[in-house]
Design a protein around this ligand. Structure first.
Ligand code: ZN
Ligand code: ZN
Length: 257
């Protein structure tokens, strides 16, 4: 079904770059963004806060990650959310073009080092209402594309307890309040049963044990990290101790350093 749809799409849509509309070479006909536009995606580079990957503050400790749960180690983003990268995120989320995840993860895996073996990729879940409207979760689409490139399993461990209002216009503090308590670890799948964390030494069958493997939260965009921090808080509550985060884009917050 997907293959038929894909073939039909190729017939109906000329293979041109989504951003600049240049025609794509035949061997790139599966890409949605041309190499030139891709090369304009501006990598996020050090110096940065070792933990949250935000450009180093001019003085004092980093304010962005100081409230994060201890289990959340490092968070990295591949590119700055400039116009070109924003177009890619927009296509992924609003134009119903999940295939663009292939282009996005090519850049992500090139710019960010692969997690250590055994890590699981955990997509940030969408609320039920948004999932119905979009038909897919863009973070899961990214996680699956990353999973193919890195040969790491995807673990959909989180659910969203409620639809949170869109974050785009909120201040950092308001974003934290907005997502507070928004995530839950799936009951019975990951060290939780009936909402109670199960210790590793419990006699309950091993399927319910908290895995030792590291978890990598995957999302499309990082702005203040409030969403990743809240998701990590839920996982830490279920006993997870090694969590990191990875996003395609990073939005700059001009008044926050
Ligand atoms: Zn282009
Ligand atoms: Zn930081």
């Amino acid at each position: 079904m997907t293959t038929t749809f894909h073939a039909l799409e190729r017939l109906l849509l000329p293979a041109e770059c989504l951003v600049c509309h240049a025609l794509l070479a035949d061997h790139r006909a599966d890409d949605l963004v041309c190499p030139v536009c891709r090369s304009r995606w501006r990598p996020v580079r050090p110096p940065w806060c070792e933990r949250c990957g935000q450009p180093e503050p001019h003085f004092g400790p980093c304010r962005l990650c100081r409230e994060w749960p201890a289990a959340l180690g490092s968070v990295r983003s591949a590119v700055w959310l400039d116009a070109g990268a924003r177009a890619a995120v927009h296509a992924l989320k609003y134009d119903g073009l999940p295939r663009i995840a292939r282009d996005m993860t090519e850049v992500m895996t090139r710019l960010v080092s692969a997690p250590t073996g055994g890590a699981r990729l955990v997509p940030i879940p969408l609320g039920a209402r948004r999932l119905r409207a979009r038909g897919y979760n863009q973070s899961l689409v990214l996680a699956r594309a990353l999973s193919e490139r890195w040969r790491l399993p995807v673990a959909e461990l989180l659910t969203r307890t409620r639809d949170t209002p869109t974050q785009t216009t909120l201040t950092p503090a308001a974003r934290l309040a907005n997502v507070a308590g928004a995530f839950q670890v799936r009951n019975g799948e990951f060290g939780m049963r009936n909402g109670h964390a199960i210790s590793e030494h419990s006699s309950i069958d091993s399927a319910f044990r908290i895995p030792h493997s590291a978890l990598v939260l995957v999302d499309d965009v990082f702005t203040t990290g409030a969403t990743l921090a809240e998701a990590a808080r839920a996982l830490a509550g279920a006993g997870c101790t090694t969590i990191s985060g990875l996003t395609f884009g990073r939005a700059s917050i001009p008044d926050f350093s």
